[in-house]
Design a protein around this ligand. Structure first.
Ligand SMILES: *Cc1c(COP(=O)(O)O)cnc(C)c1O
Length: 463
């Protein structure tokens, strides 16, 4: 069942004229226009030429149940026939109420406050935390702590806790930059320390910061277990548990940003569950709607909620977006949660084990170090990666039918949960083929000015 080749489309050229693409130096599109996608089917994207490309990054980590997913599509369509959108101040509707109840049942946290993107969830959590302390007559508690390399979105408020060098360099003057504390990245563990000692060493740095600054600190924000945007930096659940203890002890909120690792990605519904940690604030987005519509949510405790409950408007939480709690997005999220039940989470864990065996040749590849895997996330670091590795690799993988976008020298897979074994083999082969091609290319000697096609004999090179 192959689509016949289509005539070349002018859409990519029009796109670079009319669209300012995200996370993109537009000049780079001069030689390589964006790829036009016309259709999706499960884990596959179909381009304008009819080529099938495996979406191994779940379209920036949002698509958990595949493209063109029948149940999610039907839920949105049914809601569209009822009410597409109403404002959520003074009015309410079934999808937002049901979704909030279901999230409470699933996480033990409630009072769902909605935004549209991950970054807006970060903004909500930070504002809510600082406002909580203000309502409790401790307004000086308004600073934040993040983990080194943390990523929580790119709006001006979220950038304060996003520790990405390029973003810091470019936008630090706009931002009240938060304190950062070290994270026990297994790859950086000093050889003389055990894992437990490494965790304790990093926890001690957090504790020291809290000893000095807790009186001025509202919250610590973390990406539980995996800092994805930092290049898939893993830390042990024990660190998350210690961070929870220290936050409780020093009266500082813990914000769990599960925008990337939540919704089953880590193998449990929440990554926090793996450390038995209950945060004060939980941020979800990305997979929340199955990758269909933008929606984010911040869930919190009854204690936090109670601190805002008052006759005084100014003690209420002051935050809104036009599309807060959009009914279409909420019905997509409800359909996604329906699919992501406990049976599916267990099936995903079995699937992950089978995929891990299929990916064994990557674990064994001499140029891939630090193989790491949790749930449906895999990552490897390319040793001695050539210059501009990520971009060259992405092009080589695309040519082999896989959408892969390394972060720096880190190659990762984050496929939709509906990937099957045949597709996983295709992914493995495309990933290995692209790796060997990029490494081979960079081994070829750089052409010298003499090698311009004219025959050069050894004698001719002599003086
Ligand atoms: C992607 C991401 C965000 C930001 O979400 P956007 O929807 O891109 O604004 C925040 N935190 C984490 C952990 C993320 O992975």
């Amino acid at each position: 069942m192959t689509t016949p080749p289509q005539p070349p489309s002018d859409l990519p050229a029009r796109s670079v004229q009319a669209v300012w693409h995200p996370c993109t130096q537009m000049k780079r599109h001069e030689g390589a226009p964006p790829l036009e996608i016309v259709r999706g089917e499960g884990v596959w994207l179909i381009d304008a030429q009819g080529r099938r490309i495996l979406d191994a990054v779940s379209s920036w980590w949002v698509n958990v149940f595949g493209h063109n997913q029948p149940q999610i599509k039907a839920a949105i369509a049914a809601q569209m026939d009822r009410i597409e959108h109403v404002m959520l101040a003074g009015l309410t509707h079934a999808p937002v109420v049901e979704l909030s109840e279901r999230l409470l049942a699933r996480t033990g946290l409630g009072h769902a406050h909605y935004g549209s993107d991950g970054a807006s969830a970060t903004e909500i959590a930070l504002k809510m935390s600082a406002h909580y302390w203000r309502n409790g007559a401790r307004p000086q508690k308004n600073q934040f702590i993040g983990l080194a390399g943390g990523y929580h979105g790119e709006t001006v408020g979220a950038l304060a806790v996003t520790d990405v060098p390029l973003l810091r360099q470019s936008y630090a003057p706009l931002v009240r930059v938060a304190a950062t504390v070290p994270v026990p990245d297994a790859r950086r563990k000093p050889a003389q320390l055990s894992e437990a000692e490494w965790v304790e060493h990093c926890a001690a740095a957090l504790e020291q910061h809290l000893q000095e600054h807790a009186e001025r600190t509202a919250a610590l924000i973390v990406e539980p277990l995996v800092q994805c945007a930092a290049g898939f930096v893993f830390h042990p659940p024990a660190y998350l548990a210690r961070a929870r203890e220290l936050c409780t002890q020093y009266e500082v909120h813990l914000v769990a940003d599960e925008i990337a690792v939540g919704m089953g990605r880590s193998g449990r519904f929440l990554a926090c569950e793996q450390a038995n940690v209950r945060p004060d604030f939980l941020c979800l987005s990305k997979g929340l709607t199955g990758g269909y519509l933008p929606l984010s949510v911040v869930l919190t405790t009854d204690t936090v909620y109670a601190a805002f409950y008052d006759d005084d408007v100014a003690r209420g939480f002051l935050h809104s977006h036009s599309y807060t709690g959009n009914p279409l997005a909420c019905s997509a999220a409800l359909a996604t949660l329906e699919l992501l039940d406990d049976a599916r989470l267990a099936a995903n864990r079995d699937l992950a084990a089978r995929l891990d065996a299929i990916f064994a040749p990557l674990h064994a590849h001499p140029r891939l170090a630090h193989a790491r895997h949790i749930g449906l996330i895999w990552a490897w670091d390319v040793t001695d990666a050539p210059a501009d590795f990520a971009r060259r690799y992405a092009a080589a993988a695309l040519a082999r039918g896989a959408l892969l976008r390394p972060i720096g020298n880190t190659l990762y897979f984050m496929p939709p949960y509906v990937i099957d074994e045949a597709a996983a083999m295709h992914l493995r082969d495309a990933a290995l083929g692209a790796l060997d091609a990029v490494l081979m290319e960079s081994r070829a000697p750089t052409p010298s000015p003499l090698h311009d096609g004219t025959a050069v004999t050894p004698q001719a090179a002599l003086p």
